[in-house]
Write a protein that binds this ligand. Sequence first.
Ligand code: 5GP
Ligand code: ZN
Length: 137
Amino acid sequence: MSNECIFCRIVAGTVPAAKVYEDPDVVAFMDINPVAKGHTLVVPKAHSDPITETPDAVLAKVIAVVRKVARAHFQALKAEGVSVAQANGRAAGQEVPHLHFHVIPRVEGSGRQWTPGKYDSPAEMNQYATRIRDVLC
Ligand code: 5GP
Ligand code: ZN
């Protein structure tokens, strides 16, 4: 846990986030600047970065939750496709140096688009979080 790391602070609960899933090792929450509404981030609770330094056991737990979230996007958001992305290093576009997977619901024609957007309101973000959370198991 690093006090300077925004995702460690979200994991610890000292920075608020719209969480959709939590277990002893992994947390998933809504991205505040979604590429598409419903855009979810999946992170290990233990600070880790980059993917090349992350233990296999941690990655296995994280990717299992990525798959759960992808299923939830198909089911709850009626996504037509789901993108999964993960960046390592500034040259790859990484802004937050705590391992995270982006899970992005897609509709036909939107699959290559990567422009951060906004929710109309915090309430709208929470509505998406609730829809995803309700079908996650
Ligand atoms: P990266 O570019 O590192 O792969 O992605 C970082 C993501 O984290 C971005 O999509 C950005 O919108 C998101 N993000 C940055 N700060 C926060 C925050 O404080 N809360 C949440 N929920 N998402 C954040
Ligand atoms: Zn961290």
